[in-house]
Design a protein. Structure first.
Length: 449
């Protein structure tokens, strides 16, 4: 689930990044159209950037000035026939560097003129660029004037000028803005979704069979709080349905038991062997109706009635109640606790029903004289029947099932409601039914047999 569905943070990150890139592309198109058709602005940028590159080669050692042509402009200014010329003078007009002849000297400002900090003159309108210009730099305590000129820009320096401007004035600011906006957005979303994440964790642990289960929507954004309220209403409706089903099954049990009791009373007044057989069948039918009612009630069970119980004490009381009935059917019943106490959380009535079903099932489907032993551990109940003589090891557990077939299903369902399982096995002396319970009962969905 977590891998198939991206998180809200991932979705927002992708969308913000997409629109940020889209904005950068649109801004790039605007800048490109603005600069590409504005020859005057491109010329100014050309002079500014090219003179800055040339001025980077000036070094001052004491009173002497030295110059080394930088590597990034060496190819353009190392000779005079490349289409680019340059001249560098100090404040007194002395040459520091020159890569032009007398013809280009005529295009630069005269040596006896005090040049301004920046000057530019276009030799021909349009592109490719044909211009001459200069710029003053203060290096150390000395002023230097760097003049440049180009005819038709044969190496297309204007393209690098344009991309430098894009990087410095668009990509860098937009990248910083993107990081700040993206980080602030994700942080805001993370803070806003904290209660939603807590509600999602709570929803994952909601017990559909506990009417008290609900989502806490305190601190949630209004839109998500509406969803939580709707979920809580749904669980309230589930609780109402569970209560209605309990009432319905109780009514059915009452309506059926009354005529069955009347029938049994009438049969008791008849002195005939067939009446006794009919009474036995009627007893089976009464037990079957009771088991059906119990099974229906389990589907509307509410985990809210779970409480802390002592499994050893509970099992002891059930064995004590069933002992007279077991002895009447010519069986023996033994209680064998493996621990002094066993504290678990569960429904006492359901666990008593489960143990009672297992013991009654063992009495009804084993030969007379069978010893029935109830073992109780820290989180398990085991009912074992031991025949007087050995039985075949390959005997099937289905031979031990109750005649109407739902007693063990009730026990299985009770075990599931407590997060456990019912296991059946056979030994050479009988059958073993063991209920293993979880320390903390898990949530079991509705299921109809």
């Amino acid at each position: 689930m977590s891998r198939a569905h991206p998180t809200l943070g991932a979705i927002l990150t992708k969308r913000i990044a997409f629109f940020a890139v889209l904005a950068m592309v649109l801004q790039l198109a605007v800048i490109f159209s603005d600069y590409y058709w504005n020859v005057g602005e491109l010329s100014r940028l050309f002079v500014e950037q090219e003179t800055e590159r040339l001025a980077a080669g000036i070094t001052i050692d004491g009173q002497s000035v030295q110059y080394r042509l930088p590597d990034n402009v060496r190819q353009r200014y190392h000779e005079r026939s490349t289409g680019y010329v340059a001249r560098i003078r100090d404040a007194s007009g002395a040459l520091v560097f020159e890569s032009c002849d007398e013809a280009c000297e005529n295009r630069f400002l005269p040596a006896d003129v005090n040049p301004p900090d920046f000057w530019l003159r276009s030799l021909r309108p349009g592109k490719p660029l044909a211009l001459v210009g200069g710029r003053a730099f203060l290096i150390g305590n000395q002023r230097f004037v760097v003049d440049v000129a180009t005819i038709d820009d044969p190496q297309n320096v204007v393209s690098s000028v344009f991309w430098n401007e894009v990087i410095e004035h668009m990509l860098v600011p937009m990248s910083i803005l993107l990081v700040l906006v993206l980080g602030a957005t994700l942080l805001s979303v993370r803070q806003a979704l904290k209660p939603v994440r807590a509600a999602a964790d709570a929803a994952d642990s909601i017990d559909p069979m506990d009417a008290r289960s609900h989502l806490n929507f305190d601190g949630m954004p209004r839109e998500v709080a509406h969803l939580a309220i709707a979920v809580n209403r749904a669980f309230e409706r589930v609780g109402e349905l569970m209560a209605s089903q309990k009432l319905f099954t109780s009514g059915i049990a009452h309506e059926i038991r009354t005529p069955l009791a009347a029938m049994k009373l009438e049969l008791g007044n008849i002195d005939h062997p067939r009446a006794r057989r009919a009474e036995a069948d009627l007893d089976d039918l009464v037990r079957f109706v009771a088991e059906l009612t119990t099974l229906a009630r389990l589907d509307s069970f509410d985990h809210g009635i779970f409480e802390a119980i002592d499994l050893v004490g509970l099992s002891s009381s059930v064995v004590e109640q069933l002992a007279p009935w077991v002895y009447e059917h010519n069986h023996s019943l033994e209680f064998s606790p493996e621990v002094p106490t066993a504290s678990i959380r569960g429904a006492p009535a359901l666990l008593k029903d489960a143990l009672r079903n297992l013991v009654e099932n063992a009495v009804r489907h084993t030969p007379k004289g069978t010893a029935i032993v109830v073992h109780v551990g820290s989180n398990k109940i085991r009912v074992e029947d031991r025949h007087a003589g050995e039985i075949r090891a390959e005997a099937k557990t289905t031979d031990h099932a109750d005649s109407l077939g739902i007693g063990l299903k009730i026990v299985t369902r009770i075990a599931e409601l407590h997060g456990g399982v019912l296991r059946q096995s056979t030994t050479r002396s009988g059958h073993v039914f063991e209920i293993t319970l979880a320390d903390q009962p898990k949530h079991v969905p509705f299921r109809h047999e």
